[in-house]
Design a binder for this molecule. Structure first.
Ligand code: NOJ
Length: 555
């Protein structure tokens, strides 16, 4: 095995991760859904791109009520993706190419089709089987939900179960869809089961896990009301967030850290494995509480991803993130997009460039040329910051959000649950364009139909179309990744800001690698001779607006 990243321990400290949204990466068998065969065939592409590890979204057997984040069996692979043997082969092949593999673990909830939940429904109130989940009696005469919590996908976070004799029964908690019942992490059996699941995959060679909604696992004792005002905050997606209240009863409850200390011990017992939290809890300081010695190794930097294309805002988020993670002794994780957010090419072309909530497809017009220029610059920024960078599949091709999907094609539970008023996240999940002039663009064999329709305009953005073009975004990513790997300037993780006019981010990292990002309206003076790589051609005044460049210390 020849891994290209850091040698020895803690391989993840400065890794470049790549999110594979498995259903949309590559379809090997022609059923329209991405799978392990497709991913295995495209590993050489990822090797050439130069990433250190892939994070693969849930591959477990699932009814797909929420794209696989509803797991029915944590120790197997859904037949739509392949088999356990195919997963083993994928891990071996990726390792042979120097690419590590992270799986996605979903510990907050199972699928309603999980044998535990089926058992819990049958077993009845007060049973040990119900004790693995959060079943409660309803309020009043039992017909009202036990508290006022709301689901992230809209509506109450409680659904009433029907007891075995057909009568309306207890309620169960689901912070997401009703098909995703929340587990009770105060239950010892739940903890033991997940320690065993982690071990199961570590023993198969998995290098780590991305942890789904890590901040949701612990709930406040007694499940107290959140205090939603009667006057409306019950609208879709208007969930009260942890940064809005002093102590939140189901997001970021302090007891969560003790759970992950246990996970870290399991990971450490299996060698150098990475546990990476999805913890959407507000400021970097709060996120950094998930990481450090004896805690998880890393957590996504959502405040950075949620920032506007604005120098002052980005600079302060970078400062806060570096300070918080530096104090915790853990690397930050920088990212621009994911399978849950509007693709950044589209965001950056709008007047409102921040991510708008979790399901932010707004329909606001976007200038894709502007968005793409900024995305090119943002790529250089993300890859120059010290720590971990995480790319979302297709960002290296400059794909935008697909905002005109036909209603009948949409699969996000948010769409259905909101009665079609919230379009949801399908627009960032459209299958990748690899080659050719028309759909399926090499995503699957000719004649196959991808599970979400691809825009005809993607013909110019396929891997094949960009491959030989030195001016393409793909070429820029490849070159930036190569520099990050091999240029001596990138050695070390030190960081300091350099003087720059308002609107420009200018910093030095490692051994003299300089990165300038021009978010202002005027060119930024930069000497051509010192430039290693630029996202746009330098003009007479230097680095144009909405562009970035790497340079060495001027001689
Ligand atoms: C976060 C995942 O990224 C998202 O896709 C999913 O819907 C929720 N967690 C619930 O599992």
């Amino acid at each position: 095995m020849t891994f290209r990243g850091r040698r020895g321990g803690e391989w993840w400290r400065r890794a470049v991760l790549y999110e594979v949204y498995l259903r949309s990466f590559a379809d090997g068998d022609g059923d329209g859904v991405g799978d392990l065969a497709g991913l295995r065939a495209r590993l050489p592409y990822l090797r050439e791109l130069g990433v250190d590890a892939v994070w693969i979204t849930p591959w477990y057997p699932s009814p797909f009520a929420d794209g696989g984040y509803d797991v029915a069996d944590y120790r197997d692979i859904d037949p739509v993706f392949g088999t356990l043997a195919a997963a083993d082969a994928l891990v071996a092949e990726a390792h042979a190419l120097g690419i590590r593999v992270l799986a996605d673990i979903v510990p907050n909830h199972t699928s309603a089709a999980h044998p535990w939940f089926v058992e819990a429904l049958a077993a009845g109130p007060g049973s040990p089987a119900r004790g693995r989940y959060l079943f409660r009696d309803g309020r009043g005469n039992g017909s009202l939900p036990p508290n006022d919590w709301r689901s992230a996908f809209g509506g109450p976070a409680w659904t009433r179960a029907t007891e075995a004799d057909g009568s309306p029964g207890q309620w169960y908690l689901h912070l997401f869809a009703p098909e995703q019942p929340d587990l009770d992490w105060a239950n010892r059996e739940v903890r033991e089961e997940f320690a065993s699941i982690l071990g199961f995959w570590f023993d198969r060679g998995i290098d780590g896990f991305r942890i789904d909604v890590a901040h949701a696992l612990a709930k406040a004792r007694g499940l107290p009301d959140l205090g939603y005002p009667a006057d409306g905050r019950s609208a879709w997606g208007a969930m009260i967030q942890p940064w809005e209240v002093e102590s939140h009863p189901h997001w970021d409850v302090d007891d969560v850290h003790e759970i992950f200390q246990g996970w870290r011990a399991v990971a450490d017992a299996h060698g150098d494995r990475l546990l990476l939290a999805e913890a959407i809890v507000g400021v970097p300081e709060r996120i950094a509480r998930y990481v450090g010695p004896g805690r998880l190794q890393a957590a996504f930097g959502f405040p950075f991803m949620h920032s506007r294309w604005d120098a002052r805002e980005l600079r302060s988020v970078i400062d806060e993130t570096l300070a918080a993670f530096g104090a915790a002794g853990a690397p930050p994780v920088w990212l621009l997009s994911s399978h849950d957010e509007t693709r950044h090419v589209t965001r950056f072309g709008r007047s409102e460039t921040a991510v708008l909530g979790l399901f932010g497809e707004t329909g606001e017009p976007t200038d894709l040329a502007l968005g793409t220029r900024r995305a090119r610059a943002a790529a250089l920024l993300v890859l120059a910051l010290p720590g971990i960078a995480c790319l979302y599949q297709g960002e290296e091709l400059g794909l935008g959000e697909v905002e005109d999907l036909p209603p009948e094609a949409r699969r996000d539970p948010a769409w259905r649950r909101s009665g079609g008023t919230v379009r949801g996240r399908d627009g960032c999940r459209v299958p990748l364009p690899w080659s050719g002039a028309e759909p399926p663009f090499g995503f699957g064999p000719p004649g196959s139909t991808p599970w979400l329709p691809q825009p005809a305009a993607w013909r110019g953005l396929t891997v094949e179309a960009q491959d030989g073009d030195p001016g393409s975004l793909l070429a820029l990513y490849r070159r930036a990744l190569r520099l990050r790997r091999s240029h001596e300037g990138f050695a070390g993780e030190s960081f300091r800001w350099l003087d720059a006019p308002a609107g420009v981010l200018h910093f030095e990292r490692g051994r003299g690698l300089r990165c300038a990002v021009n978010l202002g309206g005027r060119p930024f003076e930069l000497r051509q001779g010192d430039v290693l790589l630029a996202s746009a051609e330098l003009g007479p005044g230097g680095l144009p607006p909405d562009a970035a460049a790497y340079s060495t210390v001027p001689s």
